[in-house]
Design a protein around this ligand. Sequence first.
Ligand code: FDA
Length: 501
Amino acid sequence: ADVTNVPAVVVGSGYGGAVAALRLGQAGIRTVMIEMGQLWNTAGSDGKIFCSTAAPDKRSMWFKTRTEAPLATFLWLDVVNKDIASYAGVLDRVHYDNMSVYVGRGVGGGSLVNGGMAVTPRQSYFAEQFPTVDASAMYNTYFPRARTMLGVNTIDSTWFESTEWYQFTRTSRKAAANTGLTTTFVPNVYDFGYMQQEAAGTATKSALAQEVIYGNNYGKKSLDKTYLAAALGTGNVTIHTLEKVKAVTRASDGSYVLSVDRIDTSGNVVESKQYSCTYLFLGGGSLGTTELLVRARDTGALPALNSSVGGGWSTNGNTMLGRANHIWDTTGANQSTMPVMGIDDWANTDNPVFAEIAPLPIGFETWVSLYLAITKNPQRASFTYDSASDAVKLGWTAAQSAVSVAMAKKLFDRINTANATIYRYDLFGSSSKVFADDFCYHPLGGCVLGQATDDYGRVKGYSKLYVTDGSLVPGNIGVNPFVTITALAERTMERVLAEDF
Ligand code: FDA
C-alpha cells in the first residue's frame, strides 16, 4: 500500500483534535487530520443537512438499522425510535457490557450532536481533579481562550423569562427553588441571537425545531464553524474523512505508522492505506484514543505504553431522569433543544450533584421535567484488550452505575418531597426504570493526564506522541466537559509547540 508521509497527523476532529490542528497549522506545520465520520456539508432531498429528532432518517445514526434515542419510550409506547437504513450517520451509540456511550461522528465530533452547554468547572474541583496543573494559568489564560474560540454566549435573561420556549426550564427552576436549591444559568455555543430570531419567525428554526442529537442545521457554533474553519484557513491543514485509524505502530526511525481503512457511506472498506508521521496527536475522544492505545500496548505495537493506559474511566456520573409535574405546572409544547440552566448542589459535600435541566422537545405538553444529573461518582473503570475477540472491552459494572443513581435519587427525592411530585416511570423502556443508568453522554478518562501521559498530554514511554482529548480527564469534572477538554488542549499545544518542535 502507498504510504502518505506527513509531518503531523491528528486523529479525530472533535474538541481535542480541532485545537491541535489549528495550533499546528498556525505554527506552519503541515498536518493531516483523519476522521472516521463524514464532512456534513451536503443537503439531503429535504434541503437539510441534518434530520430532526422528530423525523429521524438514515442521517441520524452511525450504522444502525433503528435509531437508539436516549428516551426509549414515552407513555410506554415505543414511539420514539424508528427503523432507518444503515448509513454513516452523525450519532453513534457504542455498546459495552454495562454502559452505552453516545458520541458524535463527523467533522466536528461531539460538537455536531451535543447540547452546546459550555460550562467552566469550579476552580476548586478542577484543582482537585488536576492537582499537577497550574489552575490559575487555566482560569486566567486557557479557559478564556477556549471560550472565545468556541463562541460561548449567554441567553438574554429578559427573553428567557418571557419566552414559551423555556417554560420547561422555569418550571424546573420553581421546583428547585421550592426545595431551597440553587439554580444557575449556563452558557452555550448556540447563538442565542439567532434563537430569538427563530422564535420571532424571522429565521429558519433549528433549536426551536427539535434539532440537536442528530445535528443542528442552523444556529450552533459547532467546531466546523470555529476551530476547524480556522485550521483550514491556515492553509496547512487537510481533513481526510470516512477514514478510520485501525492501528498505530512505530517504525525504526521513530516515525509513527497508522493503518487506516477508508469506507464509503454504506460502511464498505474501499481502500486500506497507511500514513507515516513524525508527530502524532490523538484526538479520537475517550473511547477512540483509549482503544487505539490499549490495542497498541497489548498487541505489542507500542509496548512501552504504561499500565495507566486504559484506566481512570467514568461517565462523569451521568444519570438521566424525569419528574412528573402537577397538572397546573406545565412545561410547554414548544421547547428549545438547548439547555440553559442547571441545579447546582455541588457544594453539598454530603451528595454533590449538578443537574442540567433538559428539554423534552416533542411538540405537545408532557408535564415532564427531564434532567441530566452529573454526580460526583468516585467509581472508575478500565479498558482492556481481549485478544480472542480482538476487541477492546470496558470493565464498567452495573453496581458502578448504581452509585450515580443513588446520588441523583437523593437529590431528586428531596425535590419531589418539597413539591409533592413523583418520578416518571414511562421514559426509559421498562416500567420500573426511573433512572437511565445504562448510557452516558460524557465519557471521560482512559489516558489520564499525569498518569498515562505527562502533565502536558505527552504519552509516557514515547516521544512526539500526544493525547489532546477527553481521555485526559480523570472520569469526572462535575459539569459538561467540552470547555475543559478544549482548554486543556490549548494548554498542551502551547507547551508542545514551544518545546518539542
Ligand atoms: P469527540 O468525541 O468530540 O471527537 C472524537 C472524534 O474522533 C470523533 O469525530 C470520532 O468520529 C473520531 N474518531 C474516533 N476514533 C477514531 C479513529 N480510530 N479513526 C478516525 N477517527 C476517529 N458536552 C458539553 O460540554 N456540553 C454539552 O451540552 C454536551 N452535550 C452532549 C450531548 C450529546 C448527545 C453527546 C453525545 C455529548 C454531549 N457532550 C456535551 C459531550 C461532548 O460532546 C464530549 O465531551 C466531547 O465531544 C468530547 O470531545 P473529544 O475531543 O474528547 O472527542
